[in-house]
Structure formats: C-alpha cells, structure tokens
Design a protein around this ligand. Structure first.
Ligand code: FES
Length: 104
C-alpha cells in the first residue's frame, strides 16, 4: 500500500457518479455509490475504455462500450465480457477532501 494522496474535493464526485484523477502517474476512477467513495483503476479490463464515462448504480460501475460490470468494493467483474478484476485502492475522506492510497 502507498501513501494517501489528496485526489479531489468530495463535492467533485457526483452521487451516484464518477470522477477521473491521476495520482502518482496512476489513472484512477473515483466512484461514489450508496454513500461511499471507492477508487479503482480507470480502464475497463476488457478493452481499456475509461470507466469515468461508465454508469454507476448499486455498488456497480458499468462500462459503456460492451456493458462489463464491476463491483466497486472489490473491483471484481460481475457481468461479462470482462473477466479480469480492476485494482482497488483505499480511500479516506478527511475535511471534505478525498484521499487515496496509491503506489509511490
Ligand atoms: S471495453 Fe469495457 S466492456 Fe468492452
């Protein structure tokens, strides 16, 4: 696990919705669903499409291109065609800001 780095203001992440950030050179998608914020690798493991443009519902982010679904809590695919999980990162909310533990 890396150090916590400020990603954005909590108010920048729509509920439900996504916000894209790059931290220490790692492109991430922040997902806000069911009152929590999650951080995952930005790109769908099927064909490298940005999940910042995905749809969010019920702890799920759905890729807009072919409909792969990922559980934002674990990064695991819950709907095809993707079979590989997304990496997930620890999130901390502090003082109205979102911090993510990213590799250095
Ligand atoms: S690129 Fe995401 S489902 Fe195909």
């Amino acid at each position: 696990m890396g150090e916590f780095v400020r990603a954005c203001a909590l108010s920048e992440v729509p509920e439900p919705g996504t916000f894209g950030v790059e931290l220490n050179g790692t492109p991430l998608v922040l997902v806000r669903s069911e009152g929590e914020v999650y951080a995952l690798d930005e790109f769908c493991t099927h064909e490298e499409v940005s999940l910042v443009d995905g749809e969010v519902y019920d702890h799920t982010v759905e890729c807009w291109l072919h409909g792969s679904c990922f559980d934002v809590r674990s990064g695991k695919p819950t709907g095809p065609p993707a079979t590989k999980p997304l990496a997930t990162y620890q999130v901390r909310i502090d003082g109205g800001d979102v911090y993510v533990a990213v590799p250095e």
